[in-house]
Design a protein around this ligand. Structure first.
Ligand code: NDP
Length: 322
C-alpha cells in the first residue's frame, strides 16, 4: 500500500483533545504501514514546508493555514465539525473523513442497544434484579415502536438496517430526497416534512453532522412534535442538543428518556445534572470508535490519491459543511 507513495510522507498529528494522545493512539500504526514516515506534533512541527498531510482531532486553530505544502486534511472520524470550527481553515485543501464498516458496525450496535434498553425497560429489570425482584412489564412489540433517524447517511443507514432486522419500523429524515433507499425505510426530507417525520418517532436518533443548520436541532420545537413519552438518542454531537430543553421535556413528560453519547463539554463535568438523572443514560463518546489501523491506512491512501491528481472518495463537501 505504501508503494503508492513516492517516498515516506511527512504527516502532522494535530489534536487538542485532553482525552486523546494521538501518538500513543496511532503513531505505531503509521510507522508499521510506512517505515520511515516523518510524524510531527503540535509542540514541535519542525520545518512547516515539509508537512504534506495533517491528521486532525480538534486541531489547534490557525495551524493548518501555516502549512504551505499541505495536500490533505484528514479527520480522525466521520465528522469534520472539529476541523471546520477553525475560522482560518485553508478551504482549498481537501478535507477527508473516515468511512469504514467498523464505524458502521459500532454505531449500529450502539443505537440498537440504546433503543432496546429503553423500549424494553431494561433499566427497570436491572434495578429489580439487584433486589431479586421477579416482575414482568407489559410487552410493547418492536413493530409498534417506530424509530426515526435524523441524518440518514452512511451511519444512519447502517443503524436502519440493524434496527429493521430486529423488527423496528424505521423512518429517516434528510435535507434532500435520497435515491436508492432500502424498502424498509420510510423516507422524509426537508423542513416541510420534518413534522410528519417527528410525529411517528417513538425513539428519535440524531445522526446529523454538526453544521450551522443543525446546531441546536434537538430543542423544544423538535421535542414538542414527537409523540408524548418519546425517547431520544443523541450519537451525533453535543452541540445538537439544547440541554435545558431536554431537562424541561423530561420534567414535563414530553420525553420519557434520553441516551446520550456526545456532549457540549467532554468529559462531561462531574457535577453535570445528566449524571444523576435516572431518565438519562450517559456514555462517554464511545458509540463508534474508529480502528486506528483503518485511520492510518485511509490517510496514506488518500494522500497517495491526491498526489496522483485524484479526489479521494471520502472528501467532505466544505460548502455543505459535512
Ligand atoms: P453522512 O455525511 O454520511 O450523513 C449525514 C446525513 O445527514 C446525510 O444523509 C445528510 O443528508 C443529512 N443532513 C445533513 N444536514 C442536514 C440538515 N440540515 N437537515 C437534514 N438532514 C441533514 O455522515 P455519517 O452518517 O458518516 O456521520 C454522521 C455523524 O455521526 C457525524 O457527522 C458525526 O458527528 C457522528 N458520529 C458520531 C460518533 C460517535 O461515536 N458518537 C462516531 C462517528 C460519527 P443530505 O445530504 O440530504 O443533507
Amino acid at each position: 500500500m505504501t508503494s503508492d507513495l513516492p517516498k515516506p510522507p511527512c504527516i502532522a498529528l494535530l489534536g487538542t483533545s485532553p482525552t486523546l494522545d494521538l501518538d500513543a493512539f496511532i503513531g505505531d500504526q503509521f510507522r508499521a504501514l510506512s517505515p520511515g514516515i516523518d510524524l510531527r506534533f503540535p509542540q514541535d512541527l519542525g520545518c512547516l514546508e515539509d508537512i504534506e498531510a495533517a491528521l486532525c482531532w480538534f486541531p489547534p486553530h490557525g495551524v493548518l493555514k501555516k502549512l504551505p505544502n499541505l495536500r490533505l486534511i484528514q479527520s480522525l472520524s466521520a465528522g469534520i465539525d472539529h476541523i471546520t470550527a477553525d475560522a482560518d481553515l485553508p478551504r482549498t485543501i481537501p478535507v477527508c473523513r473516515i468511512v469504514d464498516t467498523t464505524v458502521e458496525e459500532g454505531m449500529a450496535s450502539y443505537v440498537t442497544w440504546a433503543v432496546i434498553q429503553h423500549h424494553r425497560g431494561m433499566r427497570v429489570y436491572q434495578a429489580n434484579a439487584a433486589e431479586a425482584v421477579w416482575k414482568q412489564q407489559p410487552t410493547v412489540w418492536p413493530r409498534d415502536h417506530r424509530v426515526g433517524i435524523a441524518g440518514l447517511g452512511v451511519l444512519g443507514l447502517a443503524c436502519a438496517r440493524a434496527l429493521s432486522s430486529v423488527g423496528y419500523p424505521v423512518s429517516g429524515w434528510n435535507s434532500r430526497p435520497k435515491a436508492d433507499l432500502p424498502p424498509y425505510v420510510r423516507a422524509f426530507h426537508g423542513e416541510e416534512q420534518l413534522g410528519d417525520f417527528l410525529a411517528e418517532c417513538s425513539s428519535l436518533i440524531c445522526l446529523l453532522p454538526l453544521t450551522d443548520q443543525t446546531r441546536g436541532f434537538l430543542g423544544a420545537k423538535v421535542f414538542s412534535q414527537l409523540p408524548r413519552g418519546a425517547h431520544l438518542v443523541n450519537v451525533a454531537r453535543g452541540a445538537h442538543l439544547v440541554e435545558s430543553d431536554l431537562l424541561a421535556a423530561l420534567e414535563g413528560g414530553q420525553l420519557s428518556g434520553a441516551t446520550l453519547d456526545a456532549f457540549s463539554q467532554e468529559p462531561l463535568p462531574k457535577d453535570h445534572p445528566f449524571w444523576a438523572d435516572p431518565r438519562i443514560v450517559v456514555t462517554p463518546h464511545i458509540a463508534a470508535h474508529t480502528d486506528p489501523r483503518i485511520i492510518a491506512q485511509q490517510t496514506l491512501e488518500n494522500l497517495a490519491l491526491i498526489l496522483q491528481g485524484q479526489r479521494p472518495p471520502t472528501c467532505a463537501d466544505l460548502g455543505q459543511g459535512y
